[in-house]
Design a protein around this ligand. Structure first.
Ligand SMILES: NC(=O)c1ccc[n+]([C@@H]2O[C@H](COP(=O)([O-])OP(=O)(O)OC[C@H]3O[C@@H](n4cnc5c(N)ncnc54)[C@H](O)[C@@H]3O)[C@@H](O)[C@H]2O)c1
Length: 356
């Protein structure tokens, strides 16, 4: 099978990440980069092209697929330009700044008959896949809550990420991944209502904290929380905290860290209406929150998953050659954008929103 020949627009943070991965990947030939800022092309690897403009890259007959890794507010115009030149497209997340932009992109890519998908490689994050595997196994019984949280410790948002007009803010940046994961965890379930608290804790324009509660029609309430300003003096070598918690009536599971550690926890006999034992704790005497009777708590290992971000492009290659579907489908990315609109409305009004 012939290599898929890709040209990338944008040689910033993500452009460099793609360069590292795609130059080593079988089945893909990375041709080169364009960037609006020529300085950004100075360290493009030897052997790759440095296009003098996006137009030159897009119109290079060798380029089959244009990967768009420029700022969020550039995605719409670049997707349209590449589609009109007949190129297939992978666009970075968030695919667009609004539903209107995305609908326009879909109309043009369909008219031009080109393949169009979005780089949501975090569907392969091992922590997420572990939590999903626990959920899919069904061994927690009726799950009532799923919590996904991410905290950063130094508060720093930088460059264009601090400007609304450029698509900055954490909802666009990480929120789009965290919401995409949650929706993909239970693809058949619809959100009945949601409530969101969104804040600019230390940034003037853009959000750097959000908590989103979503009540699904499968009776699960999902919570997604992110903050970039969780100062701590105990970070050691950890610059992030990542946590999942799944609670069901037959067990709980916690999954911590991007290289996930955690357990499934069950009880040997249901601790339901057992006689309350008076226990003294730091919080004072308690009967409901005291330690369980000896031997009642059982733990199991989390399932092992074997996933990594390369898997996104492995799927892309197979799908490009017609062997399977693209994992990331445009209607799924549209649903996440619609959800983010509802989240913003709830954040603005302080009211819960009916959705779907
Ligand atoms: N999938 C992921 O995990 C992930 C991670 C980080 C960033 N991203 C996405 O990648 C995109 C780029 O983010 P980044 O962090 O690399 O930003 P960045 O600022 O580091 O890099 C963006 C690059 O695009 C260039 N650029 C801007 N407008 C352009 C245009 N019209 N034509 C050509 N080049 C242009 C800039 O000069 C810069 O070099 C964003 O959409 C972001 O959301 C995705």
């Amino acid at each position: 099978m012939e290599d898929i020949r890709i040209g990338i627009i944008g040689h910033g943070f993500m452009g460099h990440e793609h360069e590292k991965m795609l130059t080593k990947m079988e089945g893909i030939k990375l041709l080169g980069f364009s960037d609006i800022d020529p300085k950004q092309l100075e360290d493009v690897q030897e052997g790759l092209k440095r296009y003098s403009s996006n137009e030159e890259l897009i119109n290079d007959p060798e380029v089959q697929v244009v990967l768009i890794a420029a700022n969020n507010n550039q995605h719409h115009d670049l997707v349209i330009q590449a589609a009109r030149a007949g190129k297939d497209i992978i666009c970075e997340k968030p695919v667009a700044m609004s539903l209107e932009e995305l609908d326009d992109m879909v109309r043009v890519t369909e008219e031009c008959g080109v393949k169009f998908t979005v780089h949501h490689q975090r569907r392969f994050d091992p922590d997420f896949r572990t939590a999903k595997e626990v959920f899919d196994q069904g061994t927690l019984g009726d799950v009532y809550t799923i919590k996904s949280s991410l905290y950063g410790f130094n508060g720093n948002m930088h460059d264009w990420h601090v400007y609304v007009a450029e698509g900055g803010g954490m909802l666009y940046d990480w929120g789009v991944h965290l919401l995409d994961q949650m929706l993909w965890m239970m693809p058949g379930a619809k959100i009945k209502s949601l409530y969101a608290d969104i804040r600019n804790v230390i940034n003037f324009e853009v959000d750097d904290y959000f908590k989103i509660l979503m009540r699904f029609d499968n009776n699960i309430t999902a919570e997604v929380e992110l903050g970039t300003y969780y100062l701590t003096d105990k970070m050691h070598d950890k610059w992030f905290e990542r946590h999942w918690f799944l609670g069901g009536n037959k067990g709980s599971a916690y999954v911590d860290g991007f290289e996930p550690e955690g357990k499934i926890v069950r009880t040997a006999g249901l601790l339901q209406n057992v006689s309350g034992q008076r226990t003294m704790t730091a919080a004072g005497p308690t009967r409901s929150f005291g330690p369980p009777p000896e031997g009642k708590i059982l733990t199991e290992e989390l399932p092992k998953v074997n996933t990594c971000h390369e898997n996104y492009f492995e799927n892309y290659i197979r799908a490009y050659h017609g062997e399977e579907d693209f994992l990331v489908k445009i209607p799924e990315t549209r649903r996440v954008l619609a959800l983010m609109d509802a989240v913003r409305e709830s954040g603005r009004t302080g009211k819960s929103i009916e959705f779907e």
